[in-house]
Design a protein around this ligand. Structure first.
Ligand code: PEP
Ligand code: MG
Length: 596
């Protein structure tokens, strides 16, 4: 039996459809897994005694792959960075570490991922309690290596059936999830996510969309009432969770998923085509990266560059403060891989909902209005200078590497940051280290104050990038992570659109380019509006780029400009969205399933 209205408590036997707010589109079919806050990042999967041999073979193949990766990184980076990978190679071959992993698999009968995780946690803990600084640092090497091996285990071994090696997929049900946990969802076998404390532009939602994991929030029943292990279908596009689906429901949802995947597959053919409107107008399409490992995906999805690399995830990932060499290795990887394409490295945007355990920050009552991003960097110049040095050194590897400061609200913040940048250049010159003397510096326009003084800021920078996620939150006074006020969060509110228009006009008057890198840029339904407003580039999670490109290639810039004019005069965000949708429905109806 299927009930369309949400019941108070899920029925224990029949199919039950619960409603929710969509966060990330797509469909997942898997059992529910309830998340305990201190649950390890790598879930436990028990294995049968006769699977031990196969599991150790999987482990050996993953170790081999990990060693290969580390040797390749060591060779490609060379210099001081090579020492990091030497230490990681030593950890991979450490006999005590390996023996402990094998014991976990053979005696403990746990999957290889969990065995590696447990052995790593044991040694990382041991090292972190040592007096000697050098030995203490080994804890980080172990953690890094564990991540690499677990990642290698997630990839199907050559010749193995796809997915055979992966952790059993599940729909994760979590009260709250930190961005640092969300970034590793794929490795944890999470096929879908039901979360309580999130809204569409919270960083958790952004990460699930970037990872292609369907997600919802605000479920119509308390999460605690959901049955662990029950089979479910999560529809992140419509915002439903179906418990114990009938065969017919499963088949229908899998058919829908198949059709969307097939359409996406067809759009992949546009990868090397330019993002040109029907009348020849060009819009640049770039990628937002959260992790260096996303750089390959950006190229596969046809990104012309990286418009935003959120460097703070490097700090969230390890829970430790990454040193200059670790940062350099990450930036160099992206810079080299994308060269000579443009790569915009954003300086640390920690604070708000992105809190790192490595930075003992005081609790703030309004963290989004607090010590975040450039404010934190200008207060902790030790951290900022380390990052700027690493970025500058990476600029020697790609002539189009650029640096961007987030959360600028005053012109003097740019001056102060640039003074530190100049000091770092001076240091590097003294040390004989290479960097691009003319590296371009730009700013995010994501605070209304910045948009309103954009004409002053434009004189100090080489480009603007509009962060619509924060611009919307600060303009409308709607916390982007608060599900209670999520219905008030509207990037199409005329106030937000006018600030975007003002920023683009200020950029044009000063002869600098303005792009958009907030989530709006990756939602294909908004592409005609942003192009019509004059955004020169759109930067979004790699997997959104093909749809945005397909939509824009079907439109004419005159109709986009008309749409933008109407939107700026409209008091109604919903009407604007409808106009955008109607234009796409007229010009490219076949794309609607990926646009809605
Ligand atoms: C934004 O605010 O729009 C943005 C792109 O930055 P973040 O989402 O990382 O705050
Ligand atoms: Mg922002």
């Amino acid at each position: 039996m299927t009930s369309a209205a949400a019941p108070e408590k899920p029925d224990t036997a029949a199919e039950t459809v619960l409603t929710a707010m969509p966060l990330s589109p797509g469909i997942a079919v898997a059992p529910l897994r309830l998340h305990a806050p201190d649950e390890p990042a790598v879930p436990l999967r028990r294995i049968e005694p006769d699977a031990v041999l196969a599991e150790t073979e999987r482990l050996e193949k993953a170790l081999l792959r990990t060693r290969g990766e580390l040797h390749a990184l060591r060779t490609s980076l060379g210099g001081d960075s090579a020492a990091i990978f030497d230490a990681h190679l030593l950890a991979v071959d450490d006999p005590d570490f390996l023996a402990r992993i094998h014991r976990e698999i053979c005696d403990g009968k746990v999957c290889a991922e969990h065995a590696v995780f447990r052995a790593g946690a044991y040694f990382a803990d041991l090292f972190s309690r040592m007096e000697d600084d050098y030995l203490k640092e080994r804890a980080n090497d172990i953690r890094d290596v564990v991540k690499r091996i677990v990642h290698a285990l997630a990839e199907p071994a050559e010749g193995a059936p796809a997915g055979a090696a992966a952790t059993t997929p599940a729909i994760l049900v979590a009260k709250e999830l930190a961005p640092s946990e969300a970034m590793n969802l794929r490795e944890s076998g999470v096929a879908g996510l039901v979360v309580e404390g999130a809204s569409p532009t919270s960083h958790v939602a952004i990460l699930t969309r970037a990872l292609g994991i369907p997600a919802v929030t605000r479920l119509s029943v308390p999460l605690a009432s959901l049955p662990e292990g029950a089979e479910a279908v999560l529809d992140g596009t419509r915002g439903t969770l179906t418990l114990r689906p009938t065969e017919a429901t499963r088949a229908e949802k899998l058919r829908e998923k198949g059709e969307a995947d097939a359409l996406r597959g067809r759009l992949a053919a546009l990868r090397d085509e330019p993002c040109t409107l029907v009348d020849g107008k060009r819009v640049g399409l770039e990628a937002n990266l959260d992790m260096p490992r996303d750089a390959e995906e950006a190229l596969q999805c046809g990104a012309e560059g990286v418009g935003l690399y959120r460097t703070e995830y490097l700090f969230l990932d390890t829970g430790e403060m990454p040193g200059e060499e670790t940062q350099f290795a990450a930036y160099a990887h992206i810079a080299r891989l994308l060269a000579p394409r443009r790569v915009v490295l954003r300086t640390l945007d920690l604070g708000g909902d992105k809190l790192s355990g490595s930075l003992d920050l005081a609790t703030e009552s309004n963290p989004f209005l607090g010590w975040r991003a450039i404010r934190l960097c200008l207060g902790r110049t030790d951290i900022f200078r380390t990052q700027l040095r690493a970025m500058l050194r990476a600029s020697a590897l790609n002539p189009n590497l650029e640096i961007m400061y987030p959360m600028i609200s005053r012109a003097d913040e740019i001056d102060r940051a640039n003074a530190l940048l100049a000091a770092c250049k001076e240091e590097l010159r003294g040390e004989g280290k290479e960097f691009n003397e003319n590296v371009s510096v730009g700013v995010m326009v994501e605070i209304p104050a910045a948009a309103l003084i954009a004409r002053d800021l434009a004189r100090k920078v080489a480009f603007f990038s509009i962060g619509t996620n924060d611009l919307t939150q600060y303009t409308l006074a709607v916390d982007r992570g608060n599900e209670q006020v999520a219905h008030l969060y509207d990037p199409l509110h005329p106030a937000v659109l006018r600030l975007i228009a003002e920023t683009i006009a200020a950029g044009e008057a000063a002869g600098i380019e303005t792009g958009v890198c907030g989530e709006m840029a990756g939602q294909a339904v908004y592409a005609p509006l942003l192009a019509g407003m004059g955004a020169k580039t759109l930067s979004a999670s790699p997997r959104h780029l093909p749809t945005v490109k397909a939509v824009l290639r079907a439109l004419d810039s005159t109709e986009c400009r008309e749409l933008a004019r109407a939107a700026l005069q409209s008091a109604d965000g919903l009407a604007t969205r409808e106009r955008c949708r109607a234009l796409i429905a007229r010009r490219a109806p076949e794309l609607l399933p990926l646009v809605d």
